[in-house]
Ligand binder design. Structure first.
Ligand code: GLY
Length: 304
């Protein structure tokens, strides 16, 4: 029997100025990790806990995944999610799916499929095949954000101040709130899952890191889930890079620390949570804030 370990995150970005929101986020993370811990303690496997964890986080409107996802430039919500089984080293994911409640359910379904990563067109067809009910993930906070951003872009245009295109919008809090789970179960099996509504106000067709091995990766050595600006995470190949370093002999803290430090030097905005084959947990960030909590044995550790 191995010591189980779990870390979950609800995104990274600027410090939350709204203390009430911080309280809601803390309460949500606290109750979700408690539920997952009970399941893990009762013998649930790493993949099952990764599945349950991302679904619970998607159902919580405080995060940018599932309900409460950020809205893209054309006014639609498109979500991406992935899950990776460290034992089988098997990745599956869904990219830019519309009008479903839990993209993670689809990523899990694809674990057993021949075609394991689907884009928006394939995702819509799969959602129909799976008979998933139509779901509206928009919440008022996101709609207000989207309207504000639209006004800002129009006024920038009118003022002829180097008008940003949807691909040039600077990093802010819109896209923060991606969720993820990394877990090691009683048998030592590892899994990672990540889900996101994307960066917010992005160009249609933009692909997030969350359903790639840059943002979500697991092997028999460790499991990593990333959050932050997807382009930055992809440029760093962050999740895979951390695991390769563990495989090459670094401790988990060293691997996370070195990878985050390199990213900091390149002025990336990102964060990662990780567990390894020894049951260690770790995280790192270049952003002001990482919303994460981890548990192993009696120890519960918060990142904020
Ligand atoms: N990390 C989520 C995204 O940028 O899409």
């Amino acid at each position: 029997m191995k010591n189980p370990t779990i870390v979950i995150h609800g995104g990274a970005g600027r410090a939350l100025s709204d203390k009430t929101r911080e309280k809601f986020v803390r309460e949500a993370l606290s109750s979700i990790i408690e539920r997952l811990w009970q399941g893990l303690s009762a013998g649930a496997g790493a993949m099952e806990i990764a599945r349950q964890g991302c679904i619970a986080l998607e159902d919580c409107e405080h995060f940018n995944a599932g309900l409460g996802s950020a809205i893209q430039s054309d006014g639609q919500v498109r979500m991406s999610a992935s899950i990776m089984d460290g034992t089988r080293q098997s990745f599956s994911g869904i990219i830019n799916v519309e009008r479903v409640q839990n993209p993670t359910v689809m990523a899990v379904h694809l674990q057993q499929a021949r075609d394991r990563v689907l884009d928006g067109v394939g995702a819509v067809r799969l959602a129909r095949e799976m008979r998933l009910p139509l779901f509206d993930a928009v919440v008022p906070r996101r709609l207000e954000e989207w309207i504000r951003q639209g006004r800002k872009e129009r006024s920038d245009d009118q003022a002829q101040v180097s008008a940003p295109s949807s691909t040039e919008v600077g990093p802010d809090d819109r896209g923060s709130g991606t969720v993820g789970v990394v877990v090691r179960d009683f048998t030592g099996a590892l899994a990672a899952s990540t889900s996101t509504g994307g960066r917010g106000f992005e160009r249609v067709g933009r692909v997030s890191d969350s359903a790639t091995v840059a943002g979500n990766y697991a092997t028999e050595y460790g499991a990593v889930s990333c959050t932050g600006i997807g382009e930055d995470i992809t440029d760093e190949a962050l999740a895979a890079r951390i695991i390769v370093r563990v495989q090459d002999g670094m401790t988990l803290d060293e691997a996370v620390g070195a990878s985050i430090e390199e990213a900091r030097q390149r002025e990336r905005r990102l964060a990662a949570i990780a567990v390894d084959h020894r049951g260690q947990m770790s995280w790192g960030k270049t952003t002001e804030l990482l919303l994460a909590v981890g548990r192993t044995g009696d120890e519960e550790r918060w990142a904020f």
